[in-house]
Design a protein around this ligand. Structure first.
Ligand SMILES: Nc1ncnc2c1ncn2[C@@H]1O[C@H](COP(=O)(O)OP(=O)(O)OP(=O)(O)O)[C@@H](O)[C@H]1O
Ligand SMILES: [Mg+2]
Length: 511
């Protein structure tokens, strides 16, 4: 007889339904798994046999065939252990065959018959709900799966025996409860930074509109410090964003203890990161740092030290908000709606442009270093600022600096204005100016006559690309939002243009 159990294979952050068919038939005692299994799935044979043995069930002296349908969809990961084991138990009559019909099953087996947590419990639960089914998953993944909705039937046993007893009615497994991770209260605070008022202002603008930011300055001026304080001024994730972000972290197996947090992701990959680490992919498709930073910040410190190919691979996600990875026989995509923040020195010795300093290798020093960042990538960065060395006066006798909580208040108010505006315009999924479409921003950021004249002059003189032109408008819109103004004025445009010019000035200084 053939027993059938429903499970999922992950493609991107979606769970595609997979039917596990187990047949026990006449033949030499053996177990075969077919249906494009990867190495982890193929090894499941050993774990299933050992776990059944440990649970007091002997393998039948017959031929066992396991088919994972659809046969042409690649199956990756260890979460197929449990559905295979349950299919086998149903085929042997150890659990009622119809007990599994209403469930999607995922889970990895230990050799002693206990269940180990698997990645992807949250998207699996959401997928199961979409099919009108419940979810059976390991106890350690239960808290995460419970986030998918209060109405979903979730059974999260510790072991195969507990699950079998549950189906026999001799033991009741209670539904797991969703858990939230307490946010650490001691985030680094902006008040720690002495001086750097214009850099702090730029950080606030970037946070308010979700704009990409590049900080250029000599060593020890506080660039890494500034970036580390960005999480303290960003608003928390909304409920919908929280679920999206958690799905990606769930697939990557990065939800510790299945607990979710409403803090915006802040990812800081090292500059030795490979393409697979940053964009995703590798032998087993996994989301990369760019996707793990979805709805949050991707901070690339020492920007030019990243490999140029890896940096250029960010161009497409920065524009489209998703990372697309081509595999041998299919393609997967992960959401990557990110705010890019980068920091760099102006040249290899780090001091180009500082008063009284001359680089050992002359202007080539800065030119070669900055050439590692391609023009198109630079074009995607809306706010470029110089972060000069802190003056002695600021260091020794600093004026009291504003605390992160105050800045966060202004950022939250500006974001609320943006959210309301886009909701009124019938685009409730756009939340920040940075994500606004070009047609909408032309409408919402239409400047007053003085601003228009300034924009026209600047666009001609600085030869903005079309993208650059729209990005200036977006930053100007954010500045007006921070100001609480409905119309973008000349003053907002002037500041927005100055943020774009800082990069151009750098290039001119080098030439
Ligand atoms: N504006 C500042 N206020 C207070 N302390 C500062 C400031 N700037 C730098 N520092 C001190 O210098 C240290 C180094 O700062 P940070 O790592 O941010 O420099 P950086 O600009 O990132 O340098 P690099 O280019 O070498 O990465 C900080 O840990 C802090 O002690
Ligand atoms: Mg640094």
């Amino acid at each position: 007889m053939v027993a059938r159990v429903g499970t999922v294979a992950f493609q991107g952050i979606e769970g595609v339904p997979v039917d596990v068919q187990v047949m026990v038939g006449p033949g030499k005692m053996n177990m075969h798994i077919v249906g494009l299994p990867d190495k982890a799935v193929a090894e499941s044979r050993e774990r299933v046999q050992a776990a059944l043995h440990a649970s007091g069930l002997a393998m039948p002296p017959k031929k066992v065939t396991v088919n994972l349908a659809p046969a042409d969809l690649p199956k990756e990961g260890s979460h197929f252990d449990l559905p295979i084991a349950l299919g086998l138990m149903a085929a042997l009559g150890a659990i009622p065959a119809d007990a599994l019909a209403d469930y999607v099953v995922i889970g990895e087996l230990n050799l002693d018959g206990t269940l180990a947590a698997v990645a992807g419990a949250l998207p699996a639960a959401i997928g199961a709900n979409g099919l009108g089914k419940g979810l059976i998953c390991p106890a350690d993944s239960g808290a995460e799966a419970a986030w998918a909705g209060a109405e979903i039937d979730i059974v999260a046993p510790r072991s195969l025996i507990a699950l079998a007893n549950h189906f026999r009615g001799t033991q009741v497994i209670s539904r797991p409860q969703p858990a939230i991770r307490a946010n650490p209260a001691n985030l680094p605070d902006l008040a720690d930074i002495k001086g750097q008022e214009s850099a702090k202002r730029a950080l606030e603008v970037a946070a308010a509109g979700g704009h990409n930011l590049l900080m250029v300055g000599p060593p020890g001026s506080g660039k890494s410090m500034l970036a580390a304080r960005l999480p303290s001024i960003l608003p928390p994730l909304s409920a919908a964003e929280l679920l999206e972000v958690s799905m990606i972290h769930s697939i990557a197996g990065q939800l510790s203890g299945g607990k979710l947090s409403d803090r915006r992701p802040y990812r800081t990959p090292h500059h030795s990161a490979t393409m697979a680490a940053l964009i995703g992919g590798g032998t087993r498709a996994k989301p990369g740092e760019a996707s793990l930073a979805h709805h949050g910040v991707l901070f690339l410190d020492e920007f030019p030290e990243f490999s140029p190919q890896v940096l250029d691979a960010l161009r497409q996600p920065l524009e489209s908000g998703e990372c697309v990875i081509a595999r041998a026989n299919h393609r997967v995509s992960y959401p990557a709606n990110i705010q890019l923040v980068a920091a760099m020195n102006p040249c290899r010795c780090g001091m180009a442009g500082e008063p009284g300093h001359s680089c050992a290798r002359g202007p080539r020093c800065a030119a070669d270093y900055q050439a590692r960042i391609s023009g198109p990538l630079m074009d995607r960065i809306d706010i470029r600022i110089d972060v000069p060395a802190v003056s002695a006066a600021d260091l020794i006798r600093p004026v009291p600096a504003e605390r992160s909580a105050d800045v966060a208040g202004r950022v939250a108010a500006a974001r609320e204005r943006q959210r309301e505006r886009f909701a009124r315009a019938g685009s409730p999924d756009i939340l920040t100016n940075a994500r606004c479409s070009t047609s909408l921003i032309e409408k919402f950021a239409e400047p007053d006559p003085g601003g228009l004249q300034l924009l026209r002059d600047a666009a001609e003189k600085l030869k903005f690309s079309a993208r650059g032109y729209h990005r200036v408008l977006k930053v100007a819109r954010t500045l007006a939002d921070l100001d609480g103004k409905d119309i973008v004025g000349r003053i907002h445009l002037a500041e927005a243009i100055s943020y774009r010019m800082a990069g151009e000035r750098l290039a001119v200084a080098v030439a």
